[in-house]
Design a protein around this ligand. Structure first.
Ligand code: FBP
Length: 264
């Protein structure tokens, strides 16, 4: 672990990462409800909101779109990713090196680990390579710590999420991005297991403003340090509105009611 509070990834020790790797991970289906969301420019525009600390994208999107936003937006380069066309046991191809991420202007890197997958051993070895290269470049590492695979029937079970958070600490991630385990106390366990590694909640599929903000609030109250979110922002007609509300909950410690009012 390296201190990351003074890096662009954090604001006041907290994070709001805007994730936009879904075109690869899920495919065009994620853009169906809001067709404009297929245009990466729209997400980069949203990422200029002061609440957003970084935008997380794959290499191709970074190459094509980040140059126009350098200076206005902080870049987190995702180092691995897989399409939804892959039908095998969970795995993720390493498609960007840390060196190239740094060349692209990334100030941090992200890596998915599917703990529990039959490919966990190889993935953990790939993570080692990436994490040690990131240390050489002084770049913080965010682990998308997503246990899943044949043997795991419920990937948001509290004990599974606590284990995911712990894996991130043990393997040397600075931030553990985990799914919400369903309650504040379960998130507290995950935060405790993560030790000095900061825990952020993964956004998940789109929900109502209130339901989504309540889960974010629970995460913050549990000691989580923020959020890495995609669909719950850019699948909305007005991403700025929900970012206004998230800014209140994450950085101003506002209640959900206050945040909803601020976003009116
Ligand atoms: P969401 O907030 O939309 O869930 O995005 C977070 C994220 O981790 C993305 O970076 C990634 O593409 C997606 O979720 C993966 O979701 P899953 O693997 O659960 O389908």
């Amino acid at each position: 672990m390296i201190p990351i509070d003074d890096t662009p990834l954090c604001r006041d020790g907290k994070l709001l990462i805007l994730a936009y790797d879904h075109g690869l991970e899920h495919g065009p289906v994620d853009f169906e409800d809001v067709p404009e969301s297929a245009d990466p420019e729209r997400t980069f525009e949203a990422a200029t909101h002061p609440a957003v600390t970084s935008v997380a994208v794959q290499k191709g999107i970074a190459e094509a779109y980040y140059p126009s936003y350098e200076g206005d937006v902080d870049l987190l380069a995702k180092l691995n990713g897989t399409s939804n066309l892959w039908m095998g046991e969970p795995d993720s191809a390493v498609n960007c090196s840390v060196e190239y991420a740094a060349e692209l202007g990334a100030s941090s890197v992200g890596f998915t680990l599917y703990g529990g997958s039959n490919h966990e051993i190889e993935m953990a070895e790939e993570f080692r390579t990436a994490q040690e290269a990131a240390r050489e470049h002084g770049l913080p590492v965010v682990m998308w710590s997503y246990p899943r695979g044949q043997g795991l029937k419920n990937d948001t079970k509290p004990s599974t999420i606590a284990y995911a958070a712990r894996q991130a600490l043990e393997l040397g991630a600075d931030v553990a991005k985990v799914k919400h385990p369903g309650s504040r106390s379960a998130m507290e366990d995950a935060v405790r297991m993560a030790g000095k590694t900061k825990v952020v909640m993964s956004g998940g599929s789109k929900r109502s403003d209130r339901a989504f903000l309540e889960s974010v609030k629970q995460t913050i109250d549990a000691g989580g340090k923020g959020l890495a979110v995609g669909r719950n922002v850019w699948q909305r007609e007005n991403p700025e509105r929900i970012l206004d509300a998230l800014e209140q909950v994450i950085f101003e410690e506002a209640s959900v009611e206050e945040a909803l009012a601020a976003a009116e």
